[in-house]
Design a protein around this ligand. Structure first.
Ligand SMILES: Cc1ncc(COP(=O)(O)O)c(C=O)c1O
Length: 369
């Protein structure tokens, strides 16, 4: 095979020489972690960029999810979506919480608010929805249910960096919102994550929990974890922010080409956009419907033969993995929309270094059938 491989994503890396001055600063001041100057600067810069009041940085999004649940003392059962990356539900199991899976909306593949109430029991304490692919959930409907039943809402916003609705950052919704800065994300710090929180008191509790529960030299208040972001990751984040507008613009351009070219192909369905006024184009999912000439897996394999590595996100569903599939809420008849989506979805490559000719190569394969 002669053509160059195209992967579903490729991390954005700024020019290496731009990173050197940051490293020199770290070498000069010899502070490597524990909330050093780079960490402080990145928290401030992200609050500014995202338009949020308080943010606590983490070493990855999974530890941030785990800590968010602890910060709000969530216990019992939590309603969540099966249509996500497995870390969403794993964060519940790690806290001894039972995930209760609720089906998704067929148009946007986010947790379906109309199905939440039926899953609430006396043990339910919270809802953990995901802004899947960066498309905002129906935050108003979810908050209404949470208010009626006195539930907490923690958004897994791993895909939603920079997304805004008419009122501002999508990350302001719910009690807490959790980001991932993993290498595959729109904004990456190699590994990293964050919790967006509404007030300084909550942030202080989160800061304690991500530092072993330590409050001061002689006081430990909780069995906290080591969730701190290191100075090197924070420095990289500061540099990434210098490039983020270019990254977002290129993603937008690629999304527009795909959207325009695919909208008329029979059997290829695009996911409906929801309430965003600023989107991040983090993924480009398509659904392969029966009217298309190939099945989803046949198209996935055709791509592979041409050295193109699209991904079946999210397949298998979280509810199909062994630690979840015995649960009543994981039954297929409870999750028919999610199961259908998992059989049909294919995420096409999208990343800032992609050339228009790469996009054409992908579109040509889809149009061939
Ligand atoms: C929806 C979702 N939740 C959680 C995570 C976990 O984040 P991390 O890889 O930073 O631990 C990811 C991505 O990796 C994700 O896509």
């Amino acid at each position: 095979m002669s053509s160059k491989p195209i992967y579903v994503t490729q991390p954005y890396l700024p020019p290496l020489k731009e990173f050197i001055p940051y490293l020199e600063q770290i070498w000069d001041n010899k502070i490597l972690t524990n909330g050093g100057p780079m960490h402080q600067q990145l928290e401030d810069a992200l609050c500014d960029y995202l338009g949020v009041e308080h943010i606590a940085l983490f070493n990855n999004g999974t530890i941030a999810l785990l800590t968010a649940l602890q910060a709000l003392r969530v216990t019992g059962e939590v309603i969540t979506t099966p249509y996500s990356f497995v870390a969403t539900a794993h964060s519940l199991l790690w806290n001894g919480i039972k995930p209760v899976f609720v089906d998704i909306d067929p148009q946007n593949l986010n947790l379906d608010p109309a199905k939440i109430e039926a899953a609430i029991t006396p043990q339910t304490t919270a809802i953990m929805p995901v802004h899947c692919y960066g498309n905002p959930c129906d935050v108003k409907a979810i908050q209404r249910i949470a208010d009626n039943y006195n539930l907490r809402v923690i958004y897994d916003s791993a895909h939603a960096f920079g997304v805004k609705d008419a009122g501002g950052s999508i990350l302001r919704h719910g009690d807490l919102s959790v980001l991932s800065f993993h290498a595959t994300k729109v904004f990456n710090t190699f590994e990293g994550g964050a919790i967006v929180c509404p007030d300084a008191k909550t942030k202080q509790r989160i800061n304690n929990l991500k530092n072993f529960g330590i409050v001061d030299e002689v006081t430990v208040v909780a069995p906290g974890i080591n969730g701190k972001m290191s100075e090197i990751n924070a420095a990289f984040g500061l540099l990434q922010l210098q490039h983020i507008d270019r990254v977002m613009n290129r993603r937008r351009e690629i999304d527009a080409i795909y959207r325009e070219q695919l909208s008329t192909i029979k059997g290829i369905r695009l996911i409906e956009k929801t309430e965003q006024v600023v989107e991040n184009n983090s993924y480009f999912p398509i659904l392969i419907e029966p009217e298309y000439a190939l099945s989803r897996d046949d198209l996935y394999n055709k791509f592979k033969e041409s050295n193109i590595f699209a991904r079946r996100y999210f397949y298998p569903l979280i509810s199909e993995f062994p630690m979840y599939r015995g649960m009543q809420s994981a039954r297929r008849n409870n999750l028919s929309v999610a199961n259908d989506a998992a059989e049909k979805v294919l995420c096409l490559p999208i990343y800032p270094a992609m050339e228009n000719s790469d996009v054409t190569r992908i579109l040509d394969i889809i149009k061939e059938y």
